[in-house]
Design a binder for this molecule. Sequence first.
Ligand code: HH2
Length: 282
Amino acid sequence: MIWRAGRFTYEFPGRALIMGIVNVTPDSFSDGGQFYDTERAVEHALKLEAEGADLLDIGGESTRPRSAEVSEAEELRRVLPVIEQLRARSKAALSIDTQKPEVARRALEAGADIVNDVAANREAPAMWEVAARSGAGYVLMHMQGTPQTMQQNPVYHDVVAEVAAFFADKLLTVQNCGVPVENVVLDPGIGFGKTLEHNLQLLASLKRFTMLQRPVLLGASRKSFIGKLLGAEMNERLPGSIACALWAVQNGVQIVRTHDVRATGQAVRMIEEISRRQGRQE
Ligand code: HH2
């Protein structure tokens, strides 16, 4: 299976890709304010790359539950200089994490390779038209509602079936808008309009999504469901996050989105080497 993403083409099965998170925000749920200026964001991104990130996901608007919406001008002010500098200084693939088509368009123009679309549940086609024109990779993520409303009372009849149906429906929609299927990655959107139980059910059923003939991305890093399940504060969630990453890779997920690149990358490499030998022995 091929994934085309701007300047990059990835082939799977292969080793899993590590996507490092670069939040150029004052209010992200786990690291808000830490990398909230161009220089610090760029240094952090280069550090994540040195630690083994294949992809760098740059975001200028927090999507944590009940987060404040950011204007287009402010979001552009945060992310564009970071993307421009990384395009010159980094060899990693660059992803723009945004809900706004104009931010995606300008980010791609500045050198981003991938649109990470957490709001793929919208109806308007503008984002898909931007992705179609550019040849960028496109992350199609499931969310119920919006970041402002999503955790109020998420309800599903069958969360796994509904996310699978969403993927099937949106895969057709984005292709109708001109996004080549080879550019699309699917993401069940852990924590986006989901209870603890929904998140665990989605993780337990990842094979339903990895069967769909597109690469799957998973972002569980430091999320609150880990804290809820384990009674772990934000700075205690690395073991739970790594467990999710390893489970995901063992179930066929090709891209892991994480704040903790070195630790997660090491754990993933370890399990991949062991799994490969198991395949040879059987
Ligand atoms: N999670 C977050 C943001 N973007 N994109 C994808 N594709 N998948 C995810 O699971 C995902 C995402 C939330 O994490 P973070 O960026 O650390 O927080 P915030 O949204 O508060 O900036």
